[in-house]
Design a protein around this ligand. Structure first.
Ligand code: SF4
Ligand code: SF4
Length: 205
């Protein structure tokens, strides 16, 4: 089976008390989610009603708050059969929107450069700077802790074939092309400060 055809159903997550559907065994759930993702799978399927109406909380805690948003796809479902009337539907829909808002807040907090990786900026760059790749590495390293940085290794590998962030001459071509109107030149300075200061890796001359 192709990996993209396989989804992680969240109807029966591990619990510590069989009589309490909300007694989530978080260490085990996190281990299961991580193992699934380590194998290259990305799709999760939740629903408002699973686990006595607590499933979305568990998925938020074990998945959304622990992994970058671009690492997974998450679907959830509105419980049409549970709606008594339009007011009820609105209440449940608003609860789901509140969760989405929280998720968005987490994503924004963990994504200092809101680049969508469309690559429109790179075509006219006289220095062939790998702008979206560098921004992705910068966002990624902002979410990690510890002294070793695989992002720094990736940065140096990419800069062997492309211009470095510090090679930017400030012509502004990229910013004219960016549909998000990002201050790319300023961000590149942040990238250079993060990845080039004191680097011991070889880079293109
Ligand atoms: S401003 Fe810098 S990154 Fe943008 S196109 Fe010019 S050289 Fe390239
Ligand atoms: S054009 Fe803007 S949003 Fe698109 S890749 Fe470049 S910086 Fe990112």
């Amino acid at each position: 089976m192709e990996k993209y055809q396989f989804g992680y159903g969240c109807m029966r997550l591990p619990v510590t008390n069989a009589d309490d559907p909300a007694s989530f065994d978080y260490p085990l759930i996190e281990k299961l989610f991580d193992t699934y993702m380590d194998q290259g799978f990305t799709y999760f399927d939740a629903a408002y009603t699973y686990h006595g109406y607590h499933c979305e909380e568990a998925v938020k805690k074990a998945l959304v708050e622990r992994h970058p948003r671009d690492r997974f796809e998450l679907a959830t479902k509105l419980p049409l059969r549970d709606f008594k009337d339009a007011e009820d539907m609105e209440r449940i829909f608003n609860e789901q929107l509140a969760i989405i808002d929280q998720v968005r807040e987490i994503i924004e907090k963990n994504t200092p450069i809101p680049c969508t990786a469309c690559s429109y900026c790179t075509h006219g760059c006289p220095k062939q700077i790998a702008i979206p790749q560098y921004f992705a590495l910068y966002n990624s390293i902002s979410r990690t802790t510890g002294s070793f940085s695989s992002q720094a290794v990736y940065y140096n590998n990419i800069s062997l074939k492309h211009g470095k962030a510090s090679d930017c001459i400030g012509c502004g071509q990229c910013e004219k092309a960016c549909p998000q109107h990002l201050p790319i030149r300023d961000y590149l300075q942040d990238v250079a400060a993060k990845f080039e200061a004191g680097s011991s890796f070889p880079t293109k001359k």
